[in-house]
Write a protein that binds this ligand. Structure first.
Ligand SMILES: [Zn+2]
Length: 444
């Protein structure tokens, strides 16, 4: 590392921290959108000069017409990886570095100084992502500003649970911030005793892990009082949110983040706001539901692997009312889940497939009985749904009946043929797998 970057890196982190926390505010939503527009155009000037893929995709359109550039997705991004990134890094060499690092659990795969990240592609094909040192510092500064309670002078002990580490995250080990990484694959008992010693002020983990830790709080095995609890990486089911919140006596915050970027964080009111100070979110509204959309992202800060009009595989629901916190950033009611987890049923009217939102399924199950502690619901085909409920044994038969009734009612409300519902015993899934309470397991 030369002297210049030694000074430049902390400055990038601090600069991003300060501008995120104190610097940017917009008098109105309109002002925010105008500011974004300028950010995107400036960013595109950089990208189009260096990315042959995007230059061709732009097809000579003027920058102000960037909303007419083609929409891409992960498949497209991977197919054109070599010509899309601005550093001329080939997919082969990036994958090789990532696999090598994973094999020896050396969490720092880099190619020519650029960090390589793999996304855990549950949908089959994994994504490969490139981030420069500069971008990591900017990310760390931004996330600290949004997530850490209080100012920079306050001391923090952060406990961070991760499925697989990469040096994307290591940059948070700075100054007054102590940072401990917990490997998800270790047994939960070990985590409990380590957490009791470490006493984190900030606890960040996937919802399924927070749930296990909450159970340990309830039994008295775990006795920590973090100032802030943050759920990451998995859809936070309202059922888990309530349980975790009650056990810890704290509101559960959420970081909405994936390899594609840092997308959102909850405000003091617990509302999830999209990070429109980092990216433009275009909304592809879904038929048959109000306020539900698939986001198309344009990140105006990621330069190494630009994300321009990139369709995410997620379904989000906008909030109806503005958030009382006054933020101009788009407020969400919830992250519904992945588009791949939409259920499909046959319409009574014409026999055609009809999508059913995960949220509808979730609500039907939860409204069936307050006795349901946990659940999993998996669609295996248009005709078969498998459901498992965690309830007290003596209530199991009744609860199953109530869930069947609730799901049948939902189907008739949606004018769909009800599938067969098969019940199985509730079993905790392996921890290396992301928890999805509502899941579709067949391809369309
Ligand atoms: Zn808010």
């Amino acid at each position: 590392m030369n002297n210049f970057s030694r000074i430049k890196e902390p400055l990038t982190l601090l600069g991003n921290y300060m501008s995120t926390k104190y610097g940017r505010s917009w008098g109105s939503r309109r002002e925010l959108l105008l500011w974004q527009e300028w950010q995107v155009r400036r960013h595109l000037r950089y990208v189009l000069a260096r990315s042959p893929y995007y230059r061709e995709a732009a097809g000579g359109l003027p920058l102000e017409q960037w909303r007419e550039f083609p929409v891409i997705d992960k498949r497209e991004m991977m197919a054109h990886f070599d010509r899309l990134n601005t550093e001329g890094i080939g997919l082969e060499e990036a994958l090789e570095a990532a696999w090598e690092a994973e094999k020896c659990r050396d969490f720092s795969p880099t190619v020519r100084g650029i960090t390589v990240g793999l996304s855990s592609g549950t949908s089959g094909h994994r994504g490969v992502f490139l981030v420069s040192r500069q971008e990591q510092m900017a990310w760390a500064g931004t996330i600290m500003a949004k997530v850490l309670p209080g100012g920079l002078l306050q001391k923090h002990r952060v406990a961070f649970f991760l499925r697989a580490n990469s040096n994307l995250y290591a940059s948070v080990r700075k100054g007054r911030i102590e940072f401990q990484y917990f490997d998800l694959l270790e047994p939960i008992e070990k985590h409990v005793s380590q957490l009791n010693t470490y006493r984190p002020t900030l606890l960040v983990a996937p919802a399924s892990v927070l749930r296990l830790l909450a159970e340990a709080v309830k039994t008295g095995a775990l006795h920590i009082r973090p100032d802030k609890i943050v759920s990451v990486a998995e859809v936070l089911d309202p059922l888990d949110e309530r349980y975790i919140g009650e056990c810890f006596g704290r509101q559960v915050h959420q970081i909405y983040q994936c390899t594609e970027g840092f997308l959102g964080f909850t405000c003091s009111h617990g509302t999830l706001h999209l990070n429109e100070d980092l990216l433009v979110v275009e909304k592809e509204y879904l038929e048959g539901a109000e306020r539900k959309f698939v986001p198309i992202l344009t990140d105006f800060r990621r330069r190494t692997q630009p994300i321009i009009r990139y369709r995410l595989n997620d379904i989000l629901t906008e909030r109806k009312e503005p958030c009382p916190c006054g933020s101009k950033l788009l407020a969400l009611e919830q992250i519904e889940g992945r588009s791949d987890d939409l259920f499909y049923l046959h319409s009574v009217a014409n026999g055609r497939r009809k999508p059913v939102f995960p949220d509808f399924i979730r609500r039907a199950v939860l409204s069936a009985s307050p006795e349901i502690e946990e659940y999993l619901i998996i669609q295996h085909s248009e005709r078969l749904v498998e459901c498992s409920l965690k309830v007290r044994p003596e209530l199991e038969a009744v609860c199953r009946e109530q869930v069947t009734r609730a799901l049948t009612e939902l189907c008739s409300r949606l004018h769909c043929h009800a599938p067969n519902i098969r019940y199985s015993e509730y079993v905790q899934g392996p921890r290396e797998r992301k928890l999805r309470r509502v899941e579709r397991r067949f391809a369309l």
